[in-house]
Design a protein around this ligand. Structure first.
Ligand code: ZN
Length: 127
């Protein structure tokens, strides 16, 4: 997608400098502007990291979500390293819904990726 330098920077800032799908920080260059449609995001265009772009290909966001939902099972089936890491307790599988960054960053400006903030602390229940 051919955008002016100013429009590219505005698009990048629309997603707070992060990939609209995975939420990882985008470099100043080497990212893609991709049309996904107004049904998903205002303006219909998102900023996408090269990894998500490569994995997603031309799939729709919903097809990409379905593809992502199969990643753990594929890793278990095809990766000796992953199976070994599981067997020795080096990692655990946790099934979570796939929520794209563009679905989170617009509705909640205060969202962070800190795992310490993922579970709200309730001092009343600590007693
Ligand atoms: Zn990404």
């Amino acid at each position: 997608m051919n955008l002016s330098k100013r429009k590219r920077e505005a698009l990048r800032e629309q997603f707070r400098g992060c990939c609209a799908f995975c939420g990882s920080k985008l470099p100043s260059r080497e990212w893609h502007a991709e049309f996904i449609g107004e049904d998903y995001v205002k303006g219909g265009i998102v900023a996408v990291c090269t990894e998500c772009r490569s994995t997603k290909g031309s799939a729709s966001p919903e097809a990409f979500r379905e593809l992502l939902s199969q990643q753990v099972e594929r890793a278990q089936r095809h990766s000796v390293n992953f199976r070994t890491a599981l067997r020795f307790g080096l990692c655990r599988v946790k099934v979570s819904p796939i929520v794209f960054w563009f679905e989170r960053c617009e509705s909640s400006p205060a969202v962070t990726f800190s795992p310490n903030l993922a579970t709200p602390h309730n001092p009343a229940s600590a007693a």
